[in-house]
Ligand binder design. Structure first.
Ligand code: PGA
Length: 253
């Protein structure tokens, strides 16, 4: 069975005070022993602070992106090795905000995924179509292209991480893909992975895009939805915990 994961993507939000209060709110309730893996992707500045508490809370940390190179004259960038040094064990790869706002191409995602594995980070590869692509009937081909770009360079090594299907039109908009719509794409993704190898087919496939306590349970009941990558709602520890609980209760065994 694929690993079950609930991940919080804080994006460019949070301070040291916010992180300390957040951890205090998480401690003593759901974690540890939540029945699924819990990951947080805070801004890189907060990794060292959060890293001091991960063992006690039973969570893992990730960085939101890594630069392809291990070091050098790349002002403002962070290498995968530096993320490991700061306490990360995961990294997002190809989040749609980076693809759309920062022009990250499929080729870039492949290089960043290679860098992640070079440093021993687990890649969470984000894929998803825009509204125009969905309306044009291209959703599946876009997602397949985004998957193939990384699978072609990493092959089975991608199985160290996970996939997050995040339709761009559902991110931060309050619009969620219906459970059936999400399941259809997750099943398609599972098929792409299975055609490559049995090990890849066992990868966790997370859904992302306006996941909230109110819609999490129905999404998690779908057979190929192994978790969630949660943006906005992950900034509220009570909402994030409620989503973790929904996974415990309604997730696939
Ligand atoms: P959202 O973001 O939950 O705020 O829609 C999800 C994401 O971008 O990972």
């Amino acid at each position: 069975m694929p690993q079950r994961i609930v991940a919080g993507n804080w994006k460019m939000n949070g301070s040291r005070d916010f992180a300390a209060a957040y951890l205090a709110a998480l401690a003593g309730d759901v974690l540890p022993g939540s029945g699924c893996d819990v990951l947080l992707f805070p801004p890189a500045t907060l990794l060292p602070l959060l890293a001091t508490r991960v063992e006690e809370l039973g969570i893992e940390l990730g960085i939101q992106t890594v630069h392809p190179e291990p070091e050098g004259a790349f002002t403002g960038e962070i290498a995968a090795e530096m993320a490991v040094d700061a306490g990360a064990t995961w990294t997002l790869i190809g989040h749609s905000e980076r693809r759309q706002l920062l022009g990250e191409s499929d080729a870039d995602t492949a290089l960043r995924a290679l860098a992640a594995r070079r440093a021993g980070l687990k890649p969470m590869l984000c894929v998803g179509e825009t509204l125009v692509e969905r309306q044009g009937g291209d959703a599946e081909s876009v997602v397949t292209r985004q998957l193939d770009a990384v699978l072609d360079v990493l092959g089975e090594d991608l199985a160290a991480g996970g996939i997050a299907y995040e339709p761009v039109w559902a991110i931060g908009t309050g619009e969620t893909a219906s459970p059936e719509m999400a399941q259809a794409m997750h099943g398609m993704i599972r098929g792409v992975l299975r055609r490559r190898s049995a090990r890849l087919a066992e990868m966790p496939i997370l859904y992302g895009g306006s996941v909230k306590p109110a819609n999490a349970a129905a999404l998690f009941a779908e057979v190929d939805i192994d978790g969630a990558l949660v943006g906005g709602a992950s900034l509220d520890p009570a909402a994030f915990q409620a989503i973790i609980k929904a996974m415990e209760t309604h997730g696939n065994p």
